[in-house]
Design a protein around this ligand. Structure first.
Ligand SMILES: *[C@@H]1O[C@H](CO)[C@@H](O)[C@H](O)[C@H]1NC(C)=O
Ligand SMILES: *[C@@H]1O[C@H](CO)[C@@H](O)[C@H](O)[C@H]1NC(C)=O
Length: 698
């Protein structure tokens, strides 16, 4: 073993916290799709525009003067300039939770160097809402929730989205708009109960707030477009709520009588639209114009009172595989498009633009790229809602599981199976190069990991087999010692999701050998040819099984309520085939998956759409299942608790009987390519597209 001294703390903990006592703190570890690639920082670039009457209007972007405005360490996104560009409001995920920050920037007036803003000693950063350690006298919402889309009005009132209040019904988003008076912390919910409001935008006068809302209609599982409508209400108290525009998202105001938004048209393209509004005691729409034509996607518009007729948008065009920011000049007879980010960073996705009210800068976020000396995280600590019960981490990998002494973690890379020390030392080692999922360690035989080899999300007849991988002994210093791979199933009929019994004798798994995916139990050492018993039977899919540490139960996900529908609930059954019962479901059409028992066998961690989607999916990189959050539930189905709050896809939790100190663990091996994430897969660019309209100078 390479780092014996680093293993000691885990032994220590095991000695002091015997596994049989339920009150000892434990650890939950889960996966977030693409997260380790999201080194988001907020950048901005100055621009000027002229408006002489004698020639065409023109816009000039100072591409060489792009500045990084945020810290280069945290995940920072969705910026907003409250007044001019001397301060920046944004979302930051740092120290294990999400908060709204306000930075005071001293931007250089002329010819700034790139990144100069970062080096300024006068830079002040402050979280605007309570932190997990701040006093409870502050009457703001509890710190652990997702915050998003902040606006600051009158210098001291923050309007933003938060997920801290349960929606009250399964599969209804917890996203609602709140207003917090910063000096007192007094917070008011502006969204009616039972409703989800996304993407709030405050009008220039501050009087109105527009949101993208699904109203009382709820959510029916959409993962691309949420089919929202734009509602407006009084920013003051949420009153006079009115549906303004059907089928519209991401509102932004140029003035109180002009609102831009995006919509995916029946032609398949995302386009930006402008609504002209009649302002009275309520608002009504006088007209709606489509601003961007079919042929490319334009979305997440941003306007500025200081730049009437100029709109910033994100686009996907055939000229680039990346999402870029452009300005659209609507002041002439025809729209003129001006590229903002492609000349600066052509091979990065740029998201969610914003313009300063004085129309001097355009902001956006993108991955900052590597080379800044910040180590990638193997384990990112997330603030636990119950720190006395478990610490909470996300891992840079999928389907993690701990070895039973807590010293090592196995995970899959799709492809590849990896093992890494829990303290990150030595970096990950690939122990199997094929595509495999998930991972589970044998309880008795040290260094034995079960997985299944083959494609995931495949049909019953697909060749997938369960294998065990035996790692070389830890004191084996022979560099050439290789893991021993043994195939435990023989038929190849989609045998997957192995989970061993605590006595080390059996493995439960799902198999498509009957034509349907059901659960079977086989001999852990010799496989299905030595001993095989069928555990469940029926024309549906039983899968993702997990054997309880006390040996009494096997939890699994099943679509037996509605076979083939894609809707999964979590069930439990005794290993002898009795006692079948449903534990938890998020409702008709819902998805509750990947159950994993707590060390005391009394609860399950799982991933689910129970809290719906927390942001317009198009405002993020691609997520197959943007609703995925991690929850726990008692095995009697009571006490459902939400552990994660974000707009990303969280999944595949594991729950271990020891306590990892709640702090980040860096990956000691570097060099992994950062910033490699996909844009939303449904933003497909068809052939035969219009080229950019070149900007004409005067
Ligand atoms: C920007 O706005 C702030 C706050 O309103 C003000 O104090 C500051 O002087 C302004 N800066 C510039 C360059 O206009
Ligand atoms: C099946 O297993 C459960 C849990 O161990 C036990 O309580 C029950 O008596 C068993 N039933 C049969 C028929 O063996």
């Amino acid at each position: 073993m390479k780092n014996p001294q680093l293993r000691l703390p885990f032994f220590f903990l095991l000695l002091f916290f015997p596994l049989s006592t339920s009150s000892n703190p434990t650890t939950i570890l889960f996966t977030t799709l693409g997260r380790s690639r999201y080194g988001f920082d907020i950048f901005s670039v100055p621009f000027t525009f002229s408006s002489s009457s004698s020639c065409l209007h023109s816009i000039s972007i100072e591409h060489h003067n792009e500045l990084q405005l945020t810290d280069g360490v945290s995940v920072n996104y969705n910026g907003f300039f409250p007044s001019n560009s001397s301060s920046l409001l944004y979302i930051s995920e740092r120290n294990g939770y999400c908060n709204v920050y306000l930075d005071h920037l001293s931007l250089p007036q002329s010819s700034p160097l790139r990144r100069e803003a970062l080096q300024l000693p006068s830079r002040l950063q402050s979280p605007l809402l309570p932190t997990p350690s701040s006093s409870s006298a502050f009457r703001s919402p509890p710190p652990i929730s997702m915050k998003d889309r902040p606006s600051l009005i009158s210098g001291d009132r923050l309007i933003y989205v938060s997920t801290h209040e349960p929606s009250g019904s399964p599969r209804q988003s917890w996203v609602a708009v709140y207003s917090t008076h910063l000096p007192t912390g007094r917070t008011r919910r502006l969204t009616p109960s039972g409703v989800a409001d996304f993407s709030p935008a405050v009008s220039p006068s501050g009087r109105w707030t527009a949101v993208a809302s699904s109203g009382a209609r709820g959510w029916s599982g959409e993962v691309e477009e949420l089919s929202t409508d734009i509602y407006v209400f009084h920013t003051r108290d949420g009153s006079a709520r009115t549906k303004l525009i059907e089928h519209a998202g991401w509102p932004c105001w140029a003035e109180d009588s002009t609102l831009y938004f995006h919509r995916r048209g029946s032609d398949g393209w995302y386009s930006v639209y402008r609504a002209t509004i009649t302002v009275g005691s309520t608002l009504s729409v006088a007209s709606v114009d489509r601003i961007t034509p079919p042929g490319f996607h334009a979305f997440t518009p941003a306007a500025s009172v200081g730049a009437p007729g100029i709109v910033a948008v994100a686009t996907r065009r055939s000229a680039s595989k990346f999402r870029h920011i452009e300005l659209i000049d609507l002041r002439g007879g025809s729209n003129v498009y001006v590229e903002v980010t492609r000349p600066i960073a052509p091979y990065s996705h740029h998201l969610n633009p914003f313009i300063s009210p004085d129309a001097s800068r355009i902001g956006y976020h993108r991955c900052r790229g590597g080379g800044n000396g910040n180590p990638a995280l193997l384990l990112e600590n997330i603030k636990s809602p119950s720190p006395e019960i478990f610490s909470l981490f996300r891992i840079d990998g999928s389907f993690p599981s701990f070895s039973h002494d807590g010293a090592r973690i196995a995970y899959v890379g799709l492809p590849g199976v990896y093992v890494v020390n829990s303290d990150g030392s030595g970096g990950p080692r690939e122990i199997f190069s094929g595509n495999a999922f998930p991972t589970a360690w044998d309880w008795k035989r040290k260094g034995v990991i079960y997985t299944s080899h083959g494609p995931e999300f495949a049909s019953e007849s697909t060749r997938v087999d369960i294998i065990s991988i035996t790692l070389p002994e830890e004191d084996d210093d022979d560099e050439n010692s290789q893991p021993i791979v043994k195939k435990l199933t023989t038929g190849g009929e989609n045998n997957a999701f192995p989970s061993p019994s605590p006595d080390g004798k059996w493995v439960v798994f799902r198999s498509g050998r009957s034509g349907h995916k059901n659960l079977y139990i086989m001999d852990a050492v010799e496989g299905d040819s030595a001993a095989l018993r069928r555990l469940t039977e029926g024309p549906w899919s039983d899968t993702m099984c997990n054997w309880s540490p006390d040996g009494e139960w096997i939890a699994f996900a099943s679509d037996r309520d509605n076979p083939g529908s894609g809707s999964f609930a979590i069930y439990m059954i005794h290993p002898n085939g009795t006692g079948l019962r449903k534990v938890v479901h998020s409702g008709d059409g819902g998805r509750t998956n990947h159950p994993w028992f707590s060390p005391d066998s009394k609860s399950l961690a799982f991933t689910s759409d129970y809290a719906g989607v927390s942001a317009e999916p198009i405002s993020n990189p691609h997520h197959y299942q943007p609703y995925g959050e991690i929850f726990t539930v008692k095995i009697d189905g009571s006490d459902i608790r939400r552990l994660t709050h974000n707009s990303f896809e969280d999944g595949t939790p594991t729950w271990a009987p020891f306590f990892l100190e709640p702090s980040d663990v860096a990956e000691s091996l570097q060099g992994m390519e950062r910033c490699l994430f996909d844009d939303c897969h449904w933003l497909t660019i068809q052939a035969q597209l219009k080229q950019l309209t070149p900007a004409k100078g005067c």
